[in-house]
Design a protein around this ligand. Structure first.
Ligand code: GLN
Length: 505
């Protein structure tokens, strides 16, 4: 499959250039991605539903418009996959839950609308942990997804499908959602780039709600530049989302290109001292510190910063997130969407109970129960109100830190990808997100990029957090680091992934 191989291993930005020069058509790209998905998806199981027919229609329309010399958006013709947590008009959207099986939304999420306005063919909906609750994509009600670097391992979660699709060349780009790390931790496990925008920079309209005060849609890609292009395409004020930030023009691509020049002089970088030690593997810490050294070699001023409440983020999260989950999940009542189970002599309440019993998986049920408990009158002050107060303390800590630092860095996740089935107890699973959750609680932009490989040849993720609305700065620093890492490793990390279309890989 040399032709297809050559096409699908291009980055999105290389695809853009090749199409603009007339060397490649969007139809050829979609064809190559289809061929790749046929060979690779049975192994990674990244996709839940595919929509190649409509993708070809979009590709042809773009190719025709280009042939007529029309001015097109940069990303026109570059395909994308969409996490099945984001609604797509006319294409089944399930959040990987039985309760939504068969639901075909009558509208598009704002981010999906923007993808379409940019002329990007949508290839597929990607797998996830049910309702984005998990860190391994093993909680999908339909099937797990596997890590292209080692098919016995998980791709992270909840957005394992988007990350695996991008890193296995099934799609150059994907959209994810990130409530506590679901874009960044899978990026770290799969050697790809994942970015959670500032809360409010990308509209949440049409993102299925998990925990509304934390959820954000963001880009998944193989390179920082590609993620930046996608960020620019989907960010912007949206009157349909009351938490959307007005007056913030996206300029991530410009920042990423600036970063590529490798000059970080004047940038103050804080290493979060607490994100180390227990739970963080030696390989991950070594890789992370190599990355930090690369930043200082490019002129950044890198210093340790003690962040006393950073690790409490996970405790705050596991009170507030389930509270919001329990409230958001109440809309799945068998009346309005998807599944309805009618027991004999059904009443409204027995129908609802039977539907929810059958429709929700164990992790979702666990969180509904936890959330209902922390919101109950006996626990509310002790648990929910207390967690809100500590959330404010954490936010204040960040505000103070950003007076002396431009970005804060730490490993994205404490370990590299673990084996499927290896982590059985939920609390151990929750700890995967110990370093990603604080950015959600404070609404900050944060990006994960690969910084090297561990002893087993698995990618290690490096996280860069910036102050609210400074998404572009995170892209700039990430892009500088990516160049330096690529120089150190004789080429980009993403390109070292096994080619799964070859037999035996
Ligand atoms: N893994 C985290 C959780 O299980 C984060 C999920 C997410 O970001 N959607 O809650």
């Amino acid at each position: 499959m040399s032709g297809a191989e050559e096409i699908v291993t291009l980055t999105a930005s290389q695809m853009v250039k090749a199409m603009q020069k007339g060397d490649l058509s969007s139809r050829q790209i979609v064809e190559a991605e289809l061929e790749t998905a046929k060979a690779v998806d049975p192994k990674t199981q990244s996709y839940l539903a595919t929509c190649f027919n409509s993708a070809f229609m979009v590709a042809d329309a773009v190719d025709q418009a280009r042939a007529l010399g029309q001015q097109l958006p940069d990303l026109a013709g570059v395909p994308i996959a969409i996490k099945d947590m984001i609604v797509t008009k006319g294409v089944e959207t399930t959040a990987a839950s039985k309760i939504l099986k068969g639901w075909v939304p009558p509208y598009d999420a704002t981010a999906v609308g923007k993808v379409k306005e940019n002329g990007m063919p949508i290839l597929a909906k990607t797998n996830l942990d049910e309702f984005a609750q998990g860190s391994s994509t093993e909680n999908s009600a339909f099937h797990p997804t596997f890590n292209p670097w080692d098919l016995e391992r998980v791709p992270g979660g909840s957005g394992g499908g988007s990350a695996a699709a991008v890193s296995s060349f099934e799609s150059p780009l994907a959209l994810g959602t990130d409530t506590g790390g679901s874009i960044r931790q899978p990026a770290s496990f799969t050697g790809s780039v994942g970015m959670k925008p500032t809360y409010g920079r990308v509209s949440r309209f049409g993102a299925i709600s998990m925990a509304s005060s934390l959820d954000q849609i963001g880009p998944c890609a193989r390179t920082v530049e590609d993620a930046a292009m996608l960020f620019d395409a989907i960010a912007g004020y949206d009157p349909k989302d009351s938490t959307s930030i007005p007056g913030c023009e996206p300029a991530a691509l410009k920042a990423a290109l600036e970063g590529k020049r490798g000059d970080l002089s004047g940038i103050r970088v804080g290493i979060i001292s607490e994100a180390s030690g227990e739970g963080f593997s030696k390989d991950v810490m070594d890789g992370f510190l190599r990355g930090a050294n690369l930043l200082s070699s490019m002129g950044a001023k890198v210093e340790e910063k003690s962040f006393p409440h950073f690790l409490h983020g996970i405790q705050i999260y596991y009170v507030l997130m389930p509270a919001e989950v329990s409230s958001n999940m109440s809309r799945y009542d068998g009346m309005r969407y998807g599944l309805r189970v009618m027991p004999p002599d059904a009443t409204a309440s027995s129908m609802m109970a039977a539907t929810r019993e059958e429709g929700f998986g164990p992790e979702v049920k666990r969180r509904i129960m936890l959330g209902t408990y922390v919101l109950s009158s006996s626990q509310y002050e002790k648990m929910y109100a207390a967690a809100q107060k500590v959330r404010t303390v954490l936010i204040e800590d960040f505000k103070k830190a950003f007076q002396s630092f431009d970005v804060l860095i730490c490993p994205t996740s404490p370990t590299t990808a673990f084996k499927a089935g290896e982590v059985e107890d939920p609390v151990t699973m929750y700890k995967n997100d110990i370093a990603t959750i604080p950015a959600n609680l404070a609404g900050l932009p944060a990006i994960s990029l690969p910084v090297g490989l561990d002893d087993l040849g698995l990618p290690i993720g490096f996280q860069i957090m910036a102050d609210r609305k400074k998404d572009e700065l995170a892209f700039k620093v990430a892009s500088a680091l990516e160049e330096a890492v690529s120089r150190e490793n004789d080429g980009p990390i993403w390109n070292k992934v096994p080619r799964l279309w070859k037999s035996g890989e």
